[in-house]
Design a protein around this ligand. Sequence first.
Ligand SMILES: Nc1nc2c(c(=O)[nH]1)N[C@H]1C(S)=C(S)[C@@H](COP(=O)(O)O)O[C@H]1N2
Ligand SMILES: [Mo]
Length: 421
Amino acid sequence: MTKPEINSTKDTQNTLRDRRSFLKKSTLATLSTLLGAEIVHAVSMPRGYVPVALEQGFDPMKGKSEGMIIRNEKPWNVEPAPHLLNDPITPFASIFIRNNGLIPEDVDAANWTLTIGGESVVKEKTYTLDELKKKFKSYSYQLVLECGGNGRAGFYPPASGNQWEEGAVYNSEWTGVRLKDVLADVGIKSDAVYVGYYGKDKHLNGDPNKVVISRGVPLAKAMQDETLLAWALNGTDIPLAHGYPLRLVCGGWPASASGKWLHKLVVRNQVHDGEKMMGDSYRVPKYPVAPGDTVPDEDMKIIESMPVRSIITYPKSGAMFGTSKKLTIQGHAWAGEHQVKEMQVSTDFGATWLKCILKKPVNRLAWQQWTVELGFPQAGYYEIWAKATDDQGISQPMVMPGWNPKGYLNNACHRIAVKVS
Ligand SMILES: Nc1nc2c(c(=O)[nH]1)N[C@H]1C(S)=C(S)[C@@H](COP(=O)(O)O)O[C@H]1N2
Ligand SMILES: [Mo]
């Protein structure tokens, strides 16, 4: 594995800005020199377009990265390069990790309890992990968990926060009990509208009484069959970094709704007002705003279902091969609460699109596999762009969706570069 890079500093952002304005003004000849190859579909390339192989941190000869990229050391945040997500079920080693605070060190699964309280329960109730496992039927689902900030690195001007590229997403198999079965056992009042979580992670400032993050979902989402109180990931104990020994899992929504190290749930008679439910946190403007605008609080809304998106997991960006080779491009596509209906790729900067073979999800809220065979008869530099369309007819934007203060929901087409010689 290569040495991990850290890229969240202001310096990097300034260098990026200079580099970008230089590249936007470059002639085709300069770009070809920098790329070390002729751009095969240059006639279709939009003016001022920065080839993906020349974007920040990209070595066109080697691929984006060989392994996990560290986005922040404290808290610990890491992201896999896209090609590490090639499996239909994401293995533990390729899962991004997003922490807002410090991972709890003294987890005692044998004595772990889950308390369900809040103003809208009939009576607060506490379960041990063992009681949860014995008392309720367990279910397994593959669920997409994607950080609301996945793709943030693509926003321009840059938004602060972890500079996630494409890899802050995974589709692993979770096993646990349905939250709705447990809520039925506790008994909830008719005024219940929201469920909030509390985990056992520690605040970065060391204050044991300060809550790191306490988000949640509306009751309707909490009551879905696939919303789990999970204790297993891919058939074994949840790894510590992902919430051992118990996690709330709400697939298809920003992964921040899926509380790790879960030990308390509150059933609320109002929208949960826990840490990171308000202000700019996991909220976006209700209408399009100009980059850099300040948006009044009442004009912000909580992110719910994640937008349609896809990822190219084979080949890896930067791959090189000969003109005779036919390549089967592979990847996944997902669309929050919805299903992906169509998958297309383009090798000419979006001028023409080719339909891919797209599988159905194994269950609701799981991602879908797609493949397409491509030939590259002419030598030179190509980009492969991938675009998914959901069952509502909504497609991924080709380059950039609307700007928002914290850089959420960038579902622009994934673009990779390949060289043919
Ligand atoms: N208790 C707790 N739960 C949490 C977080 C956290 O910091 N603490 N981070 C959230 C965010 S922002 C994301 S994107 C996901 C990341 O899940 P993962 O680490 O399994 O990838 O966990 C969510 N659940
Ligand atoms: Mo997140």
